[in-house]
Design a protein around this ligand. Structure first.
Ligand SMILES: [Zn+2]
Length: 558
């Protein structure tokens, strides 16, 4: 099999990424299917790579695992990680046991760049700090006030420091390139205001107005707890074509049982709930999220935390309309969103908590500044450059390049991040329920009658219902067993029977105790009485689980 070499120490434009995906699909025509999920508002294809071995059965008859990346435009490391996952699965199939087993028994759906329009704005010069899709272009999303743009033509949109006695900022004593906050009561120095680099539309000569962007946040566009008040939520749930297509993908593939949505805000694995305290979640669901998440922590080093308890600073403002919430709270699918990059911890800052949006002290800023200068260089920090601003007069343009510092790791750290997180994807995927006909026995009773016994078992870590939420919502479909007959007739018991849910290994966390959670069956037995109608009589037991796959075993009636 031809090996496709892709360096994972850099970020790819849309055309470059597309070429890599097409090369991978061409080199692995049996295992990989590259299709366009939808067209964006600016006419780009959102690529979907589906990976499975079709020789072992159709994709929809196998447990599905879903990976998505770059719903947020400027989170480029997410796309690199998803592309790496595709490359890793295809390249190591046939040599790596874990990869081969997964591709043979399951199907993996990867969306390596959900938001290519927004991503391109943020990835090519000038790097626009951008979150949304292509509905608005930079400048179109604000009516008046400051419009961020590259005014000094260096290919970067950073900050302007404007001398101003009202200023909240001053130059650091250690390094005049670093701006630190002026203290309360501090007077008599040289002070600055800091604004995003740009020009001001309809400037009144006094107040530099900055309108909140309209560019959008597609991870608030899903139909769960949706609110028009949430920044970037869209006009209505699924108003954005990319979010709509993601929703359709999930609904059209009911075999999906595990999901990972990639982001870059802080070196953590986020789990549900997004709306309530852990104490209000199903204890069994919480336990399996923690156990699976701990595998992720071992492989990536990232802690696994509750989105609501640890990542929502204002508990009265739970997040609205997010993908993870939608798929778990509505469908019971086990979904994590992994945030791939924490600049501050990497720079050695002793951070408390995970969602601290408060101001940073000068020591923290210095550590981050030193780290970025050393590890990212001028792509991460632009030295201040004098500029005669047409509206504000003499200013300086420079400072931290948000996209290439806080938002994404430097290329040299990328491959390890991609690799470790892909390993967690593989383990999470392999935790799926796996329903199999373990035994199909035929006992001749005389007079052309046969007793048929089928044993159906769930071999997976997860139960066939995935979660208690799926049961509570009435969306968990029962496992079924059917006996297909060739030249034979059924005498006793229905041809198709419902077996309910089959438990997974996650239920038996302890040896048996009367005090602990009680156990349910992982394995069930079904019997039929069948009459052979002549030579070639044959039975096929078909076990079917929406999440745990379809498995068939046949026997000839002697
Ligand atoms: Zn994000």
């Amino acid at each position: 099999m031809a090996k496709v070499d892709i360096p994972f120490d850099t970020y790819y434009t849309y055309d470059e990424m597309t070429a890599h995906l097409q090369a991978l699909a061409a080199a692995h025509p049996k295992l990989a299917k590259l299709t366009s999920l939808t067209k964006t508002l600016r006419g780009r294809d959102v690529w979907l790579m589906e990976i499975t071995n079709p020789d072992t059965g159709p994709a929809l008859e196998k447990p599905g695992y879903y990976i998505d990346a770059q719903i947020h435009a400027e989170e480029h490391a997410t796309s690199a990680t998803a592309l790496y996952g595709i490359w890793y699965l295809l390249t190591n199939y046939g040599t790596d046991e874990e990869v081969t087993r997964l591709v043979d028994t399951q199907v993996i759906y990867v969306l390596p760049r959900i938001n290519p329009d927004g991503a391109e704005l943020s990835l090519v010069h000038p790097y626009h700090p951008w979150c949304g899709n292509g509905r608005f272009l930079p400048g179109e999303d604000r009516i008046e006030g400051l419009i961020p743009q590259d005014i000094n033509g260096d290919g970067y949109i950073v900050n302007m420091r404007v001398p101003d006695p009202l200023g909240e900022w001053k130059k650091s004593e250690r390094d005049p390139r670093l701006m630190v906050q002026r203290e309360p009561g501090e007077e008599g120095g040289e002070y600055f205001r800091i604004y995003p680099e740009g020009l001001i539309r309809d400037y009144d000569g006094v107040h530099v107005r900055i309108e909140q962007q309209e560019d959008g946040n597609m991870n608030r566009n899903f139909p769960i707890n949706w609110s028009p008040r949430e920044y970037g939520a869209g006009a209505y749930p699924f108003s954005e074509p990319e979010a709509m297509a993601m929703g359709r993908l999930v609904l059209d593939h009911p075999n999906i049982c595990g999901m990972c949505a990639y982001h870059t805000h802080g070196g953590i694995i986020l789990r549900p709930s997004m709306m309530k305290y852990d104490a209000d979640m199903s204890p069994r669901d919480l336990a399996l999220y923690k156990d699976l998440g701990n595998v992720g922590t071992r492989l990536t080093g990232y802690p696994v935390i509750s989105t609501y308890e640890d990542f929502t600073p204002d508990k009265t403002k739970a997040r609205h309309g997010s993908l993870k919430d939608w798929v778990y709270e509505e469908m019971g699918i086990i979904c994590f969103s992994t945030e791939l990059w924490d600049l501050e911890r990497t720079a050695g800052v002793d951070k408390k908590g995970f969602m601290d949006l408060g101001p940073r002290d000068s020591e923290t800023q210095q550590k981050v500044f030193d780290w970025v200068l050393k590890n990212v260089g001028e792509k991460g920090f632009r030295d201040w450059e004098a500029f005669n601003h047409p509206q504000l007069g003499p200013v300086e343009v420079g400072g931290m390049v948000y996209i290439w510092s806080y938002r994404n790791p430097p290329g040299k750290l990328l491959q390890e991040i991609c690799h470790n997180n892909t390993l967690f994807n593989l383990r999470h995927a392999a935790a799926a329920p796996q329903v199999k006909v373990d035994r199909l026995s035929v006992e001749a009773l005389g007079a052309d009658l046969f007793k048929i016994t089928a044993v159906v078992a769930n071999h997976g870590y997860l139960p066939t219902n995935l979660s208690d939420v799926a049961v509570e919502n009435g969306v968990a479909k029962p496992v079924t067993i059917a006996l297909d007959l060739d030249n034979a007739s059924l005498v006793i018991n229905p041809q198709r029977q419902e077996l309910g849910n089959l438990a997974g290994r996650n239920e038996r966390k302890f040896t048996y105790s009367n005090w602990g959670p009680q156990w349910s069956a992982t394995t069930k037995k079904v019997e039929w009485l069948v009459r052979a109608n002549g030579p070639g009589a044959r039975v096929t037991a078909v076990a079917q689980s929406e999440k745990g796959g379809t498995h068939r075993v046949s026997e000839t009636l002697a």
